[in-house]
Design a protein around this ligand. Sequence first.
Ligand code: G
Ligand code: G
Ligand code: MN
Ligand code: NA
Length: 253
Amino acid sequence: MLMDKHLRTALDQDEFSLYYQPQLSFETGQIVGFEALLRWSSPELGNVPPNLFVPVAEDNRLIISIGEWVMITACAFMKDLHNKGYTECRISVNISVIQMAQDDFISTVLDILEDTGLAPSFLELEITESIFMDSYEIIIYKLEILRSLGVRIALDDFGTGYSSLSYLKQLPISTLKIDKSFIDNLPDESKNRSLTEAIIVMGHKLGLEIVAEGVESYKQLAFLKESGCDHIQGYFLSRPVEESQVPVLMEKY
Ligand code: G
Ligand code: G
Ligand code: MN
Ligand code: NA
């Protein structure tokens, strides 16, 4: 397959980059973190979105080396931001189940933290329900070790068919990311309004931090603030930006 072939050389040829999307805290009105989002600019195929190439990279297992590059790059970026004086900012990285299934996943994460000098509590791993595919007991165990060392764990796309309440019980998570599909038609749609409010209350009772994803309007922001949501992420604040634009955002908020 064409994409498979070009993916094999993409890392060596420097075709990947990371964009960063800010998360704002209602409590402080400041940016508390960024989600790292992978971009692939292929000379042959053009810009290929991650929802197209990540599944291919999972099938051919390139996601292991690509994911390692993502984590190194994202942690180095955040350490650099700390050095610029923004010492409280966190970085969230999307992790594939294929990466977590590797025997050396924990040592890979710890090596990257040590090499970049980033403290564990400033790294958040975003996971989805797909970790329940197979050998999930080992993966949960690995997440528990990382969590005990201070690394944060976020459950991504929460509330969709892909994640359920039983995961909240089984996973050592610190953050719930409410899926964009719940946020889209707030505050007009009454079922989504109730569900969002209930997720926030439930999450807080479990001691979790709540992030709303895909916030595109002031109306959504106002509703989420009123409902006690902790953080928001979405185009209303900023699209994902390249690294050079991050200091501009830090000054703006
Ligand atoms: O950035 P965008 O909205 O196009 O992301 C689309 C999907 O790709 C999202 O589900 C996101 O979690 C996933 N994605 C983005 N960056 C990464 C990455 O570095 N690793 C993995 N495994 N998935 C990513
Ligand atoms: O699955 P995950 O939550 O990791 O995917 C995040 C994706 O959502 C990224 O690809 C990002 O570009 C996209 N995204 C972030 N904020 C918004 C938004 O406000 N609106 C839309 N349509 N997409 C968004
Ligand atoms: Mn994500
Ligand atoms: Na999501």
